[in-house]
Design a protein around this ligand. Structure first.
Ligand code: CDV
Length: 337
């Protein structure tokens, strides 16, 4: 008799060989985008990479977080009189500046994933909302998914002691879920930059069936609260995405806006990771660059149906603290002796 009420009764044995679900996917890394660089110039750069990828028969190309502009949360607006914050947001997608990207993708028959700053239309209270957003566009040019960044790093108020600001918590509201979509022959989820450091992101997506997780990022090399981490930026970025891929039996595509942007050096090292946790494609430079790989989404089953067969082995009844509390609660201090 089993003491565990689970799926043990299901037939077991080695996974049988099955036909592949192959997809050619590209990480389209961007180098820095200048503060006054017009959208048309950035969109031209994205289109150039899209054409390069399409000529190699890539079916899905992934662009970074806030790909259309410089990483504007590095400035406190009141301290920067010629900074028009609204200029950095898109109030339509596609809008007049981004329509050429959609047109080109449709003509080439290539899907894409794009990060940008979103400004919503007024809600019923007349309020417009701002999100750090990423969309998934199918090969016919239709938007199949929209994700709004859940984990907003940095701070809300001006902190002049920093070399540069990280005001995402001032300029964006957080999203509140991790949706997944059927697209590109599999189940796709998205996450944005700081989300990739949190195991909950991958697990929530994998519980939605995600086989392919697309992540754009802007990661300054200099981390002001603890510069001892500067030298570890590449290691930490790969560490979390490789662990997320393996522990959830999913492919992960991590794409940087790298290089030096407005004097701030940012991590490149964009990559594609297999469910084994291994990096199977990696950029070599810090500027605009396309790296691609052929991925077989069927390979996810090797992990999702063995070590990480969630419905058989997970113990949600033992994980209550994960949603009951936000921060740690340590045991009471030991009595003084
Ligand atoms: N854009 C980001 O979310 N950047 C953060 C930095 C601030 C640490 C990151 O996690 O890479």
């Amino acid at each position: 008799m089993s003491l565990i009420d689970d799926a043990d009764a299901a037939a077991s044995g080695p996974l049988s060989e099955s036909g592949g679900r192959w997809l050619r996917v590209a990480a389209a890394q961007l180098g820095g985008v200048a503060r006054h660089e017009p959208r048309s110039s950035v969109v031209d750069r994205l289109i150039a990479m899209m054409r390069q990828a399409a000529s190699a028969d890539v079916e899905l190309i992934v662009f970074p977080e806030l790909a259309l502009t410089t990483f504007f949360p590095r400035w406190y607006v009141e301290g920067e009189p010629d900074l028009d914050l609204d200029w950095f947001y898109e109030s339509e997608m596609p809008g007049p500046d981004t329509q050429p990207l959609f047109d080109e993708a449709k003509a080439l028959g290539i899907g894409f994933c794009l990060g940008y700053a979103e400004l919503t239309p007024p809600d019923e209270d007349g309020r417009r909302h701002r999100y750090n957003t990423q969309i998934l566009v199918e090969r016919d040019g239709t938007i199949v998914g929209k994700y709004r960044k859940v984990h907003l790093p940095g701070h809300r108020e001006h902190e002049p002691w920093r070399e540069f600001q990280h005001l995402e918590r001032r300029y964006f509201e957080p999203g509140d879920d991790f949706p997944t979509w059927r697209a590109f022959g599999g189940v796709v989820g998205m996450a944005i930059c700081n989300d990739r450091r949190w195991p909950e992101t991958y697990r929530a997506l994998a519980l939605g069936g995600a086989e392919l997780i697309l992540i754009g990022y802007n990661t300054p090399i200099h981390y002001a609260p603890d510069p001892s981490q500067n030298a570890l930026q590449s290691f930490h970025s790969h560490l979390v995405m490789q662990a997320g891929a393996y522990q959830n039996g999913a492919f992960v595509v991590g794409v940087a806006k790298g290089g030096t942007e407005e004097g701030v050096e940012s991590l490149a090292d964009s990559c594609i990771i297999a469910p084994s946790g291994r990096i199977i494609a990696l950029t070599a430079h810090t500027g605009d660059e396309v790296a691609f790989a052929d991925i077989d989404l069927e390979l996810c089953r090797n992990y999702k149906e063995t070590l990480f067969q969630f419905d058989r082995y997970r113990r949600p009844e033992a994980y209550g603290v994960l949603t009951e509390r936000r921060g740690p609660v340590s045991p009471p201090p030991l009595p003084e002796t």
